[in-house]
Design a binder for this molecule. Sequence first.
Ligand code: ARG
Length: 483
Amino acid sequence: MSNESNGIDSTEQNGTGATGAGSSTEKPWGGRFTEPTDAFVEQFTASVDFDQRLYFHDIQGSIAHATMLTAVGVLTEDEKLQIISGLKEVQADIESGEFQWSVKLEDVHMNIEARLTDKIGITGKKLHTGRSRNDQVATDIRLYLRDEIDVIAEEITRLQEGLANLAQREASTIMPGFTHLQTAQPVTFGHHILAWNEMLQRDYERLIDCRKRVNIMPLGAAALAGTTYPIDRALTAELLGFDRPSENSLDSVSDRDFAIEFCSFASLVMIHLSRCSEELILWASAQFDFIDLPDRFCTGSSIMPQKKNPDVPELVRGKAGRVTGHLMSLMMLMKAQPLAYNKDNQEDKEPLFDVLDTLKGCLKAYADMVPAIEVKAESMREAARRGFSTATDLADYLVVNGVAFRDAHEIVGKAVAYGLEQKKDLSEMTLEELQQFSKHIQEDVFNVLTLEGSVNARNHLGGTAPEQVMAASKRVLAGLSTR
Ligand code: ARG
């Protein structure tokens, strides 16, 4: 192959910022190759542009691996010390921005190893003993994801705290509850907000459960079959804070179901946040006029001067599609892969990383925004009053006074039709007007026709009564404080 057709010219090499890579036959795996990698293929197969963010966990994994190799007598104490201090220098170079990532060295693993060898010489070449990039990368992603899970768990907790406090603040604020987006029955705003909390509580529990399966160590599986060295996998697992080493080497290097599971958790969070967003967007509209979002969470229009747009919830709603899309990518990535490792798996990183970034951004936006939601209590109340939201209460009243429920339903239906015609809510009708529909209606009916009467009456676990909302938010806050 001519230089022209293999495309490796000096511009290409310099353009990648390569250090110490030399010709492609000098790749760490170059021994059996007789010609350099095609320049396009080199770019096409490389992952360093996106997997360099694993550098910290890659080094963490290597330090533990070298420590274990020393404990079992494969490396000497001196070699271990050289490797560890070399890796720490590499880490410092990366963090100071001095490190030159090379596409010629394909991925984060070979970039770091090559740089280590530049620094400490032949001992650097011993680090990869008893290990493959296959178990190395699987370990790195698990370590990386585990740390991110812990950050996300805290952010969900912060959001839930905000929701519980908002619920407490608005425990007796009345709004219309909806089914089919039609006014159904009055509820308290606090109760509505606690419904959001329930969604996130389940998401949190899913996350904690997912973490258990993430926190298992593949290292030691080597390429696929294990290794001939007398490794101590329990020791490496302990050094890295894994719950245990994995059980099967073939499975360890091949499956990415833990990442799929995480993205499935993330998709559910995003779907929940998207539902919340939809409500915030509706509520902030002039038509609903239930809430105000502070200016700092909104933007304006370049043409319509009156506009204040709820961009944050809108973007979160939009990003739900993106995260769910990544979940689909990962599932399709996995399907039909034969055991054990396949290069397909390199495609796990970009979707997973984008899910992490997106989810963290959305959770932060929400946790910051929720405490700042301004409730327009009068307007909510007016909406609840206008929509015949206490019709069920009137029916229940009739039942208590001896009418069968189906008949009561019919009676109240007629009263509502009358109210629509007269433009009057049930609570605005006189006793005489109401008695046209049933003789069982007496003066005490007005206790149940009021909005307060309606919500206070639903005073049981899970009900909308302010007393229940206060108690439920206290339970939520108590639960969060023990996490
Ligand atoms: N960059 C690869 C990945 O992300 C690392 C493992 C490559 N292993 C191999 N034998 N080519 O999956």
